[in-house]
Design a protein around this ligand. Structure first.
Ligand code: FAD
Length: 421
């Protein structure tokens, strides 16, 4: 395409997706990334003490991530994701031990879902009926200010169902507690994820994110002629003769592929966006620990999800250490590192039925602004027409900040940009 090049600010998943989709149409693209490498929040780091590439935190995919799946297929990396045959959510709590939320595949999905709920220990017909009630309100009108908790109260949802399923799902999907999470967006997640057996299953990358996702996307971009400029933090967007001047080059269109607070900073305006952290406690052991599954959701514990990273990732670190990771979503934990690691070790010891646990190494990654929360649109600032805002700034009814939403935003920005060229 014979047009002036397009600048993309940010080489996370949103920016890389936009770049690939534009370059596929023959548009010349330059990406400017502040960090020394691409990937943003889906990145890996090298942990020298155990000689392994390690993700900032484990990333799960949902079968409903259609745009992501298509992107992976187009870039020939769909085989880097391992998918469950159908939904299986292993759970644990102190009194019931390990139990499984696992709709059976031989029944139509919605019937199998109700049966799986009824079969959870301590549940039964009451929970199944409550699920039917919930399902019938997934598309009804609702004000954007209603919280998940408010919605559940309207439905008189049993506490046991909230504790065992809805709260863990809300934390995992929205990175926010039910007390404040937006019901409209959470309902959309439930509606899309619990549509059928295929959409409901979970998937994970079988290599660290750098190798499974980011490097192949960068390579695909490079094949298509995308120029990636690393260590280039863009601090302003000056215009000259109707063109944006970035790094001594002129651009007709600019796509902002940043979290909202970074966009606001770049545009020199105050930010009002709320974020939540995710804390990942990485542990390496010489001993083999038996986690009942590749990952397990723990109820009533500090660690909400425990992952057996060694079993997920086909890479063995030096000395054949076993790598596990505990995840705390919507993290507001103020415990010091040693206390936190000891709490997590104690929980892992009980869940796995191990007598003593001695890690050879640990690393805590606190992603303080892991996701921008779903909030009503308070943004009163306009943008010049030639800037396309693909920022992570989810509004009520949007998907929450996830891989899928990043890919969708990247694709939408590319489409919008193509229309204007
Ligand atoms: C620990 C953790 C676990 C997660 N788990 C999951 C999960 O299980 N499933 C799921 O679907 N999602 C998960 N997510 C969310 C997912 O990672 C993000 O939604 C997604 O990666 C966002 O991509 P992005 O490109 O929009 O933003 P980012 O990845 O933040 O990319 C923005 C890029 O812009 C760069 N940048 C910032 N300012 C500037 C500037 N001024 N100039 C140039 N460059 C700049 C940044 O360095 C960054 O590389 C998780 C996130 C975290 C942090």
């Amino acid at each position: 395409m014979d047009s002036a090049p397009v600048a993309i600010i940010g080489a996370g998943l949103t920016g890389l997706t936009a770049a690939i989709r534009l370059a596929e149409q023959g548009v010349k693209v330059h990406i400017f990334e502040a960090a020394p490498k691409a990937g943003g929040r889906t990145r890996s780091f090298y942990e020298s003490k155990v000689d392994c590439l390690c993700d900032n935190g484990p990333h799960l995919l949902v079968g409903a991530y259609n745009a992501t799946e298509k992107l992976l297929q187009d870039c020939h990396i769909a085989h880097h994701v391992s998918w469950q045959a159908s939904l299986h959510l292993p759970l644990w709590d102190q009194s019931r031990g390990v139990f499984h939320f696992q709709p059976s595949t031989w029944l139509p999905f919605h019937i199998s879902l109700l049966k799986a709920v009824a079969c959870l220990p301590g549940h039964g017909k009451t929970s199944a009926l409550a699920m039917i009630k919930l399902a019938t309100t997934l598309k009804s009108n609702m004000h954007e200010s209603v919280t998940v908790k408010g919605w559940l109260e309207q439905l008189s949802m049993p506490d046991a169902l909230i504790r065992d399923l809805i709260e863990p799902l809300c934390l995992g999907a929205m990175n926010e507690n039910i007390d404040t999470a937006c019901a409209l967006s959470f309902r959309r997640v439930l509606h899309e994820s619990f549509a059928n057996h295929k959409q409901a299953r979970l998937g994970w990358f079988t290599k660290p994110l750098d190798q499974a996702l980011i490097e192949p996307l960068c390579q695909r971009g490079q094949e298509l002629g995308v120029e990636l400029h690393l260590r280039k933090r863009i601090r302003s967007l000056p215009q000259q003769h109707g063109m944006f001047q970035i790094d001594e080059q002129a651009f007709q269109q600019v796509i902002l592929a940043l979290p909202a607070y970074a966009t606001d900073r770049l545009l020199g305006r105050p930010t009002a966006c709320e974020t939540r952290g995710i804390c990942n406690i990485h542990l390496w052991f010489e001993q083999d620990i038996h986690l009942p599954s590749l990952f397990i959701g723990a109820l009533g514990t500090t660690g909400q999800w425990f992952f057996d990273i060694s079993a997920q990732i086909q890479q063995s670190p030096a000395r054949h250490l076993r790598h596990y990771c505990a995840v705390i979503s919507a993290d507001q934990n103020t415990q010091d590192d040693l206390k936190l690691v000891n709490s997590i070790l104690n929980e892992l010891r009980i869940i796995t039925g191990t007598h003593t646990l001695k890690p050879v190494h640990y690393r805590i990654i606190r992603e303080k602004r892991a996701t921008v929360l779903v909030r009503p649109d308070m943004n009163k600032y306009g943008l010049p027409k030639a800037i396309i805002d693909a920022s992570e700034r989810p509004r009520p009814g949007d998907l929450p900040a996830t891989i899928e939403w990043a890919v969708q935003r990247g694709e939408q920005a590319a489409t919008q940009c193509l229309k204007r060229l």
